[in-house]
Each structure stands twice: as C-alpha cells, then as structure tokens.
Design a protein around this ligand. Sequence first.
Ligand code: TRP
Length: 328
Amino acid sequence: MSEKRGRVFSGARPTGRQHLGNYLGAIRNYVALQDDYDCIYCIVDLHALTTLQDTDRLREWTYEMALDWLAAGIDPARGTILFIQSHVPQVTELHTIFSMVTPLGWLTRLPTFKEKVRQQPDNVNYGLVGYPVLMAADIALYKADTVPVGVDQAPHLEFTREIVRRFNHIFGEVLVEPQARHTEFPKVLGIDGEQKMSKSLDNHIEIAATPEEITQRVMMMTTDPQRRYRHDPGRPEVCNVFSLHQFFSPAEVAQIERDCRTADIGCVDCKRLFARNLADHFAPLRERRAALAQEPDHVWDILADGARRASVIASEVIAQVKAAVGLP
Ligand code: TRP
C-alpha cells in the first residue's frame, strides 16, 4: 500500500446478478481504479435494509453480486479490499457519532430522500432519513479521498463532505474530506429504451447471462421507433442498441452506423451483431464466474478476509474519532 495515488472507497447495495448498467456505470471503473489507487469496495447490506420489503434474499444477492464483481476483475490479490458492510460494525458507531452533528434539515431536504418518500410513502423509516449519514460513515471510516459514484449520488457525496468538514471543525482535523469521481458513461437505458436499466423494472441484461439469454434479451430491445420497415433508413443517434454498440463493438461501430443509415442492415442484423459481441465480451467473465461458483465457501472466505483487513483500518480510525470527540 501507499505508492498509489490515494484511497478509493465505493459501495453498492446487494442487488444480485449485475447488469450492463452496473457494469458500465460502476464495476468497469472499480476494476480500472485498482491500477492507481488502494481500493476498498463494499457491499452495503445495511443500506439495503432501508428499502427491502423482505430480506430473505439478502444473502443470495450479496453472494451473486460478489461473484460478478470478482469475475469482472475486482482482485483482492492486487491489494483490493472487498467486504460486506455489516461485517465491520464500527461503521454503525461512526454513524451514531455523525448523527449528532447532522442537522435534520440537511437530510430531509436531500432530493434522494424526497424521492424515496415518493416511492415508499408507507415506509418512511428512520434509517431512510439517515441513509446519507451511514454512507458518510462508510467513506470517512476508511479516510478515503476518492469516491467513484454515479452522478445520482452527487448530493450524497456533497453531504459527506459537509459532515466531514463539520466534524473536523468541531473536533479537530481527524477525518478526510473525499472527492467524488463521476463515471463518464451516460445513463444506460434498459431494453425498453426508455427507462434506466434496472433489475426491478426487469429491463436489464445480466453480464453473466448465457449467450442464448443474451440473444433473447437483445432481440427484445427497442430501436429507432420511426424505423418500421426493413428498408426504412435508421437513425443510430436515437437507437439504444447503437449507443451500446459504441462500447461493445468498437471495431464495427462505424460500419454499423453507415449501414443503418442506408438500411443496408436491418435492426435484426444489428442486434445479432450486438448479441454476439456482448456474449464474446463477457466470455472470460462467465468462465471465471463459473470457476468461482464451484467453491462458494472460497467466495465467503474472500469476503471474510476483506472484512478483517477493513477492520484494521476501521478500528484505528474509530479510536481517533472517539478520542477527538472526548468519549471516555
Ligand atoms: N448510496 C449508494 C447508492 O445507493 C451506495 C453507497 C453506500 C455508497 N455507501 C457508499 C457509495 C459509500 C459510495 C460510497 O448507490
């Protein structure tokens, strides 16, 4: 550790098998950051409790997500710490301490909170209000300086910075004010071509899907709605399949664009190419995933080892925090 540029922390709720949106928006970036940073990646199961109706699938979703992340190249052998949030309970201590320096108005004004209230009006629990406080505790507990997140998390990151500043102002310079690092890839749309790709909307394509499953989902994708007949020229700039070709078909994308505009290829041809390239792109991932899945205990061991390494940092920082606050 430490010839690197700094320390990255990021987290995601356990949502099971990962999809293209997770991959392009987060995972790919997490993997790349390992070259230049000491990376800590966390499966935030406590955060998941704020919205889950039933929690009986939490364990399975945690495991499936860890498999995808590891298979995608998040690599503890390169120093990366991958762990489950609830396995390092010091975060809940820091959350409690942070809650004492958080004005309630900051929390209830956050657009992310208002959105949740709209989504689940019958379950506006205390944890939901405190969601960003727990997230700030996640980041501050490891003195991370860099946090890769989607732009939807920008208000939460700003909140984290404010809490850290406030804490340091009151109790002394103990904690590190982190910087957000937003991913460049624009919002990934689902196969409906309208809404953001998400498992709950069932408009997603899983990164570990079999080639057959990939083809089936890709054939369901909407394309240029004005292109109704095979001989109609297409408009790649409004086509969701094309926007993904730009990422998964770098060698062919220019040709596809021309052939679509001149109707030399139809949408079905274009989707076949896309499905093939997608299946090829993730072939190594599928293989690594299958190998890992042979030994589930090994995957849990990796997560347990991550928690042990995370606790070493967390214990030191929480001790500094308590001393600064004046807890006896
Ligand atoms: N709030 C993030 C989300 O909903 C997840 C998260 C929790 C997180 N703790 C974090 C992200 C710490 C970055 C850093 O996507």
